[in-house]
Design a protein around this ligand. Sequence first.
Ligand SMILES: NC(=O)c1ccc[n+]([C@@H]2O[C@H](COP(=O)([O-])OP(=O)(O)OC[C@H]3O[C@@H](n4cnc5c(N)ncnc54)[C@H](O)[C@@H]3O)[C@@H](O)[C@H]2O)c1
Length: 437
Amino acid sequence: MGQNSSQAGRMTSPVRVIVVGAGCRGEIYSNFASIHPERMKVVAVADPRKFARTKLQKQHKILDDNVFEDWHSVIERDKFTDAVLICTPDHLHKEPAVAFARKGYHVLLEKPMATTADDCRAIVEACTQSGVMLSVGHVLRYDPVIDKIKELIDAGVVGDVIHIQHLEPVGYYHFAHSFVRGNWRNEAESSFALLAKSCHDIDLIHHWAGARRCVKVSSFGSVSHFTKENKPPGAADRCLDCSIEKGCPYSACKIYLDRVKQGNAGWPVSVICPNSYPDIESVTEALRTGPYGRCVYNCDNDVCSNQVVNMEFEGGLTAAFTMVAFTEEICKRRTTVHGSKGELSYNGHEIHVFDFLTQRSTKHTAHSDAHRHFGLSGHGGADYHLIDAFVSAVANNNPSLIRSGPEETLLSHLLVFEAERARLESRVVYCGDTIKS
Ligand SMILES: NC(=O)c1ccc[n+]([C@@H]2O[C@H](COP(=O)([O-])OP(=O)(O)OC[C@H]3O[C@@H](n4cnc5c(N)ncnc54)[C@H](O)[C@@H]3O)[C@@H](O)[C@H]2O)c1
């Protein structure tokens, strides 16, 4: 990483935070306080789910007075912490982000910033006007190896960047879990797939393009395979009742029940029992009655399972992005940066740079000890580095430690909205002034 933010903390008392939304993301970021109690303290929590807020309360010894069912009750109080971590569902980002910023809280806001371009702008405006820091959950910006790609591009190892090819393999059962049965399956309830899943990736491409702005974008994509028409004859509406589930790779029995039977109650099993710890009994009950037990061919999903985005940036730099559900790898991005002097390829683990002149290939990687703290989950350590950087930024009143700050993040979100417009309207969208700083 360019800067070791953990060594940058100089504040003598820990940064005090409120967690709004104590689900998966809220819990992950809160873990930082358990690892580094001298640097961050979770002082309050708001979540309508009793199980979630009580769990966080116990983990962080939060006073009863500081446990809330909803963020609106928190905002009625005078400001009582340094920062807020907003980890609510996608459609519940704008309102709390604006309200907390106006109260003077520094804001860590999960991605996507919001579900409309206007709401994204409103958040940035509120943070700017109040003079508070904003860090958006673009965790990949904090992945040490991915960060190295930018470092190498800026060092000129491939010469002028001519073309960027970037793939997001979502993973077949991850897609079924999150985007067919789960929280991000339906645009009206969350957001479209390119925003929910790939705003990270468009942000990276935008970042790698440097100062060049995107001028034209086109996009295609649809919901493939996970439709009612593809339901096999004889399949039941729920996997527990299905006589042909053994032959289905998307069977909920395989994804959840088999895992918990083998003692693996981590993600995605951990998500499906909203009011209890997962065990064989509660998982079976969730599959019998909840959304995660449904046949993947019989859900109310409407978000794209495969989408491509083509972009042209100033100066003729082109970029091609693909998001696809049907992959073995889960979210291990693959990238190739084609330059005038060489080719950089990233396989999800390490980077190779081939130099056209010397015809030599050089391997690059980067070290992170985040897994010591956050385990192997957490986006390969990037979650740890993001919260680390945010805490350091607040402790030192130094926004430059935040890599996913308001200006660039807003621009890359606007590009996502333009790409989706291109898909919906089946045309090339000229970005014009919309994506200019
Ligand atoms: N940065 C990343 O890579 C990444 C990864 C996954 C999810 N996300 C994003 O993080 C956000 C949270 O996702 P998650 O997986 O933690 O979801 P989750 O469902 O596990 O957690 C969301 C929590 O918000 C709570 N909530 C709902 N309304 C609330 C309110 N009015 N006040 C307070 N809390 C409220 C819910 O009860 C739930 O516990 C989403 O926007 C998601 O897209 C980001």
